[in-house]
Design a binder for this molecule. Structure first.
Ligand code: ATP
Length: 191
């Protein structure tokens, strides 16, 4: 049976914390495929203006270059509007009816899970995989969600911190890698 990981987020920008989540998931869950799924607009951050979809996609492509078992799925960007995980997961259930699906989330998202759209339906369709995040207590999954917690490689880096560093003129290469840092500079993002 195929084991497929789904990793949704704003990726504004993608950073090493995200890449380490992906590595932990591939190794600890023995995934056959892992999809990064950038959101058009998060329901929980309605007022937030994101870098353009094309720029976020380009940074994901640069960050994942050469990682053949990581793929990028732009369906939420194509749909536009507010991105709901249940819509995306339903699409995977249709496309991969025999696969076991795992949805990856950082520990910071666990308390909010019951507020996700169609929470009961979503909990039936997919197993949640929680990855530790420094500063976040790894709370157990609320009912009716099921899943597990990974050891991961906890790294206290966030996209907000990177955007703040860009605005402050501080280096970000070690947090996002040189290719993504160059794309941020060239596209004059987050200034
Ligand atoms: P922002 O700071 O803009 O809110 P973020 O760094 O949390 O962004 P997102 O793109 O919103 O990044 O995150 C996508 C997913 O990755 C979420 O499930 C989030 O919890 C998880 N994540 C992000 N950074 C880390 C990290 N350093 N360790 C573990 N999980 C992370």
């Amino acid at each position: 049976m195929q084991r497929i990981g789904l990793f949704g987020g704003s990726f504004n920008p993608v950073h090493l914390g995200h890449l380490l989540v992906a590595q932990a998931a591939r190794e600890e869950l023995q995934l056959s495929r892992l999809f990064f799924i950038p959101a058009a607009q998060s329901p929980f951050k309605p007022g937030r203006v994101l870098a353009p979809a094309e720029a976020r996609l380009q940074m994901l492509r640069l960050a994942l270059a050469g990682q053949t078992d990581c793929e990028i799925d732009d369906q939420e960007l194509e749909r536009g509007g507010v991105s709901y995980t249940v819509d995306t997961v339903r699409d995977y259930v249709r496309r991969f009816p025999a696969a076991q699906l795992f949805y990856l989330i950082g520990a910071d998202h666990v308390p909010q899970l019951p507020k996700w759209r169609e929470a009961d339906g979503l909990a039936r369709l997919v197993e949640f995989v929680v990855i530790a995040r420094p500063g976040q207590i790894a709370a157990p999954l609320p009912t009716p969600f099921r899943g597990e917690t990974l050891n991961g490689f906890p790294l206290g880096v966030s996209s907000s911190q990177i955007r703040e560093r860009v605005r402050a003129g501080l280096p970000i290469e070690l947090l996002v890698g040189s290719a993504v840092a160059e794309a941020i500079r060239n596209n004059r993002l987050y200034l």
